[in-house]
Design a protein around this ligand. Sequence first.
Ligand code: CP
Length: 310
Amino acid sequence: MPLQQKHLLGLEGVSAEDISLILDTATTFREILDRPIPKVPTLRGLTVVNLFYEASTRTRISFELAEKRLSADSVNFTTSTSSVKKGETLKDTIRNIEAMKIDMVVVRHQAAGVPRFLTQCVDAAIINAGDGMHEHPTQALLDMFTLREKFAKLQGLRVAIIGDISHSRVAGSNIRGLKAMGAEVMLCGPKTLIPRDVEKFGVQVTYDVEDAIAWADVLNVLRIQLERQEAGLFPTLREYHAEFGITQQRLERAKKDITIMHPGPINRGVELDADVADAEYSVILNQVTNGVAVRMAVLYLLSGNEESVS
Ligand code: CP
C-alpha cells in the first residue's frame, strides 16, 4: 500500500495508517542496519539533496546515512559555503539545484512553511527536517518508533512532553502523531512556555512536573532554548532546573518505572540531569539509532520505488 502523500511536510492530517506504514517499513530497515554490511541497493539511481539552512547534528547525519544505506546519491548543501551568502533567494537556489536533476529534497530552515513553499517551486519530493517552530515530523516518527519498540504499541501509552511547548517543532509533531496513534499526551512546563490556545490540541496540561511524572509512562524532555531566557519567558536556568528539571530524586519519589526521551541536543543539568540522561531507563541513544531506519523508510516510501526493501 503506497503512502497517501507525495511529500512529508508535517504530521498534521497524516493518518494512523500512513504513520503505521512508515513505522512498519522502518522495522525492516532497522534489521538491515544490524547486518555486517548495512546497505541495500533499493534507491540506486536516485539523487537526494540535503538542504540545511540551520545547524543540525542528528537529523543531517542520519539523513545522509539513510541515503547511503539505501545506495542513493546524496549532495549536501550548507548556507555558509553557498551563494546564499551572495544574496541568492531560496527559490532561485532550489530551482538551480533541481536543474541539475535531483529527485528528493530534505530541508531544514529557521522559517516555518519553507518545506511547503518548496513544493510550489519544484517537482521533487520534499521532506521537512524541521521548519522554524512548526513541525519536525521525522523526529516524532523516530520517537514513536522507539516507543513502539519498547512498549509494542502506542495505543493508551501515557507520554508527558516537558519543557518549552510553545516554541517546539518537536512537541508539535509529537502531539499530532501520538494522538493519531491513540496515545495519551500531557504537556508540562512554565505557563509562559505553554501555548495560550493549548485546548485546541485536546491534551492534558499541568504546570507541576511531579504531577506529570506521577501520570506518565514516558517523559519526552525538550531542550530549553537559551534565547527564551533572554526573552524573559523564564527567570534563570537554575530556577528552571529547580521547578522542571528531571532529576533522579524526582523519579525515585514517583516509585515507578519511567522511560526518558530527549530529542537532543541536551542541556545537561538544566532540563535533564546527566545521570538521568545516561541511565538504563533512558532511550535517548536508541532514538538516534532508530532515526536512521525511520528516515530510510520515509525516503523509500516517498521515492515511489516499489521494489522489495531488502
Ligand atoms: N533532534 C534534532 O533535530 O537534533 P539536531 O538539531 O542535531 O538535528
